[in-house]
Design a protein around this ligand. Sequence first.
Ligand code: EPS
Length: 428
Amino acid sequence: MLRFFTSGESHGPTLTAIVDGMPAGLMIDIDAINAELAARQQGYGRGNRQKIETDTVSFVGGVRHGVTTGAPITLMVANRDFANWKYVMSVEPTDMTTPEAREQSDKKAIERFRPGHADLAGTLKFDQSDIRDVLERASARETAARVAVGALCQQLLAAIGARSVNHVVQVASVKCAVLPVDISLDEVEKLASESELSATDKSVEEAMKDAIKAAWQDGDSLGGVVEVLVDGLPVGLGSYTQWDRKIDGRIAQAVMSIQAFKAVEIGDGVVSASLPGSQVHDSLYPSDKNGKDSVLPFKRKTNHAGGIEGGMTNGSRLVVRGYMKPLPTMRKGLDSLSFPEFEAARAHYERSDVCAIAAASVVMKAMVNYVLADALLEKFACDSIRALKESFESYTLRVQNFASKGDQAEAKTANLNVEEGPELIGEF
Ligand code: EPS
């Protein structure tokens, strides 16, 4: 079982994560983790905080000479901005009556709830006298720690040849053209890297930027839709045997846990609800027995299922979409209430992003990577990378050679293949 927790506040000294259950023997590529952290800071529409930070990871547990030991891993991403918040966010009791401390606390005070943020429910739930105690932990700054964890998980997935790519498919109502089902991940990555919004359709890039600029001028904010694609996953991650082991459910929970994410879609999940089954399910075809067109004993021409059937990966590309609402911190501010008076007031505003959709795509990839890495270790139950590779290779061979079993069973299935229509019972 692979687990992780994060700790830390948006303007506190540091963000920390503990990752438990990572096998021994994974050589960590710190530059690759830092590249993901840098990607999370990018994107047209980001706020000024990103000019202050240069997020980098440091490991302080579970790693020796650059290699995981199998012990819990502790990693940290420092908040440079803490230097500007040292009184307000001090961990130790601090004299808040000095002129410097008072000046800082006056500037950073929050006296009005932001509808759509955790402010109201969090303040009531945790019996707080300062909304900042809620805002600091609810902030999406926490996702820097998740991205570092997800990048580590990506390196575990790479050990079995799996690869994931993130991109933006929609900003507010501006949509990218749908990508061809057989587009390579290299091509997706290239298109996304050429865009300031990690979007994969150049023809709508300017319209996306214009929408963000207009929202900024108007003191508003925008959301959007992001997609993560994963190739190279084995058949059978997750399980149909119990509700909480289904991989689609686990992905949905992980993605919905990202700040501001409000919906998750696997493959053509949303449109499939309005189509007949014959247009939704992905037919199966025999593969070339020499493995030229598929290394698996079957192939498909479509991937409406987005790589998951019965709560398990099915050998096709994993396709996950996440829907992000516009951020609740807006210069224009909504009708709200003051705290602690609960009297009519404009919502609080402090520095924020107008649109953080490109960053959100990096975070979603991190969360998908984590779920897949956990499911991989569950399936192959390994304490070391070497054991994982051995176990994975023997399973892969077994799956590839499964077709011979099918030959033996052919006569039996042929007899059962009765093509009669079903009897109608009641309205069905
Ligand atoms: C973020 C850092 C935060 C916000 C943003 C995400 O920094 P600051 O509050 O200092 O500007 O920009 O957080 C939110 C969108 C939010 O709602 O809390 C980051 O590093 O991602």
